[in-house]
Write a protein that binds this ligand. Structure first.
Ligand code: 6PG
Length: 471
């Protein structure tokens, strides 16, 4: 192909970058790729075949092949690698050129880069991209943020390459500055919450019911045909059929129970705390990933600390039905927490998010895609400034109809000594959100007692301090 006038360039030809290049090219766009690792450039050149895509080993040649004003997307690990790519390309760029960061960058870094680059006349977009390898190749969900006119320039490419849901693109402009990366961060927080809840349901099926992997696979497969239909339930069903190549076991039983994390879930919890937004299910998910890494300590503790017998004798089908409802309850409350966080962030950071659009572009392509998201989209279509999904007329019914089940599942888990912090946090979120009164009056009294921090009264405005009776 003619190696000039390319529509877009991609820096970072790892799994995500290379597959996105092929995806863009499949939709008729000409794409140049660059990576410092020559083997990745070769890999792209092999895979590109007769598409309008190619890899370049020289950054200079790569830049020369781009049509002006240039549009360069980068898909490199978050943090220092993003700054180093910007530093490398900057000398070759002219005012009006566009850099798109498609990685999982922290939103504060995106704000900083946006400011620095606009000083140089360079446009900058932060685009959250979800869907893993196959999403990148065949249609991810994309969450763009930054200057609207800069987005308009690459809109045709992103729209063509995005996942489709009912023929609608799973990409839309979300808002200024770091809006896109922020929404992607919260997407990942929700992802953490959902994964934790699903893993708790697995634990109950495995240790309490004593189901084998084949039976567990059947349960998730059945769930995926019902109200829990979602990408994460679908892949979970698949996971339980995977054989280990090196033994007679199932692969799941050979995988170490220590979960890794790149940090986006933690960032979600951190910023939620910063803004004082309650996010208990996501916080619990982050904590449980941390707890999982204390493997050797847990092994030692297990010799000393005992609990009840984890096995119970119950009727299989009613229990599985109860568990399905409990997962549904926790799933709704997890989305509710994430969306409520976006509500606060939208005001705090002036993103001016349209929440129905967020739900809309999450319906396909991304890791948290689920049938439920269509209901969530409708909730915000009906009431754009809905304070919480739990008070949507339809979703509130769903949640009310499954509360008995989540309570029953938690009781069983407590009796069996199975940790279910995701379910517990979800129920506590619901129980506290629906509580007209919370015992925070006592917290206020205590603060005033020991630190003269004052308190407010129910019957009079103002701040009060009392000389408490020290008995
Ligand atoms: C996605 C994923 C993706 C990645 C996570 C994994 O939306 O495609 O969220 O971004 O797989 O970064 O995150 P952890 O390593 O933190 O689990």
């Amino acid at each position: 192909m003619n190696k000039s006038e390319c529509d877009i360039g991609m820096i970072g030809l790892g799994v995500m970058g290379r597959n996105l290049v092929l995806n863009f090219a499949d939709h008729g766009f000409s794409v140049a790729g660059f990576d410092k690792d020559k083997s990745k450039v070769n890999e792209l050149n092999k895979e590109a075949e007769n598409r309008k895509a190619f890899g370049e080993e020289s950054l200079e040649e790569f830049i020369k092949s781009l049509r002006k004003p240039k549009a360069i997307m980068m898909l490199v690990p978050a943090g220092a690698p993003v700054d180093s790519v910007i530093e490398d390309v900057l000398p070759y760029l002219e005012p009006g050129d566009l850099i798109i960061d498609g990685g999982n960058s922290h939103f504060t870094d995106t704000n900083k880069r946006f400011k620095e680059l606009s000083g140089e006349g360079i446009h900058f977009l932060g685009v959250g991209i979800s869907g893993g390898e196959s999403g990148a190749r065949f249609g991810p969900s994309m969450m763009p943020g930054g200057p609207k006119d800069a987005y308009e320039r690459i809109k045709p490419i992103l729209e063509a390459a995005s996942a489709k849901y009912n023929n609608e693109n799973c990409v839309t402009y979300l808002g200024p500055g770091s809006a896109g990366h922020y929404v992607k961060m919260v997407h990942n927080g929700i992802e953490y919450g959902l994964m934790q809840i699903i893993s708790e349901s697995y634990d109950l099926m495995k240790r309490s019911l004593g189901l084998n992997n084949k039976q567990i696979h059947e349960v998730y497969k059945r769930w995926n045909n019902g109200k829990l239909q979602s990408y994460l339930i679908e892949i979970t069903a698949d996971i339980f059929t995977q054989k280990d190549e090196d033994s007679d076991s199932q692969l799941i039983d050979k995988i170490l129970d220590e979960a890794k994390q790149k940090g986006t879930g933690k960032w979600t919890s951190e910023d939620a705390m910063e803004m004082q937004v309650p996010l208990p299910t996501i916080d619990a998910a982050v904590s449980m990933r941390d707890m999982s890494t204390y493997k050797s300590e847990r092994e030692q503790a297990a010799k000393l600390l005992y609990g009840p017998d984890s096995h119970i004798e119950v009727d299989f089908l009613p229990f599985i039905k109860q568990l399905e409802d409990a997962v549904y309850f926790a799933m709704i409350t997890t989305y509710a927490q994430g969306m409520a966080m976006l509500g606060t962030a939208s005001k705090e950071y002036n993103y001016n998010l349209d929440f129905k659009d967020v739900a809309k572009i999450w319906r396909g392509g991304c890791i948290i895609r689920a049938t439920l998201l269509e209901e969530i989209r409708k909730a915000y279509e009906n009431v754009p400034d809905l304070p919480n999904l739990l008070v949507d007329p339809i979703l509130s019914k769903e949640i009310l109809n499954s509360q008995d089940e989540v309570r029953a599942i938690i009781k069983t888990a407590v009796e069996c000594g199975i940790p279910v912090p995701g379910f517990m946090a979800s129920l506590a979120y619901f129980d506290s959100y629906r509580s007209e009164w919370l015992p925070a009056n006592l917290v206020q009294a205590q603060r005033d007692y020991f630190g003269s921090h004052t308190y407010e009264r129910v019957d009079e405005k103002g701040f009060f301090h009392t000389q408490w009776n020290h008995v």
